[in-house]
Design a protein around this ligand. Structure first.
Ligand SMILES: [Zn+2]
Length: 179
């Protein structure tokens, strides 16, 4: 058992950007996903592979047990859209978390960048300097931002306030969803 584990360990290839681009080219040629190709070629267990990739690509890995504890936000990203784009938007206490299936899919990353954004206000006119009231009070700012973005983009936009100085946070943070 121990020997087997060691042998597996030795077969592991170092995951670095060069190796990833080779695998990516090969996966493209074979018409399979980069992740599938990596699982096959790298010698890493799915668990270790996810963590290695997360480290390398600076995308925090999310494990199934974490996902099970979260609430899918189908009200913002409907189930049909989520399936189509192979990702799910979750509500994590006060924040939102977009979990993507394939970090190498440039189509998926582009789509995510076009549909989701975060912005912060460090000296919000409404809440800057207020003590912790245990309340997020900047719905007005969220509404103004949604209106301005909708006008510019010509598409419905939802803006959710997830952090607020009046809630003990050091800044205001809004999550933007282009629907
Ligand atoms: Zn605020």
């Amino acid at each position: 058992m121990q020997m087997h584990a060691e042998a597996q360990h030795e077969n592991k290839l170092p995951l670095d950007i060069n190796y990833l681009s080779q695998v990516r080219a090969e996966a493209l040629k074979r018409g399979i996903s980069v992740f599938e190709m990596l699982e096959e070629a790298s010698g890493y267990s799915p668990h270790d592979l996810i963590h290695e990739l997360g480290r390398l690509l600076h995308i925090p890995p999310v494990e199934m047990k974490t996902i099970h504890a979260l609430e899918p936000a189908f009200d913002i990203l409907p189930f049909s859209e989520a399936t189509r784009h192979e990702c799910v938007l979750f509500k994590d206490k006060d924040a939102y978390l977009l979990v993507i299936s394939d970090p190498f899919s440039s189509r998926l990353r582009l789509w995510a960048e076009e549909h989701f954004a975060i912005y912060r206000t460090y000296e919000c006119a409404d809440c800057y300097g207020l003590p912790n009231l245990g309340l997020k009070i900047c719905a007005y700012e969220a509404g103004v931002a949604a209106g301005a973005l909708e006008r510019t983009l010509g598409r419905p936009v939802r803006v959710e306030e997830v952090k607020c100085c009046a809630n003990g946070d050091p800044y205001d943070e809004f999550h933007i969803f282009v629907l």
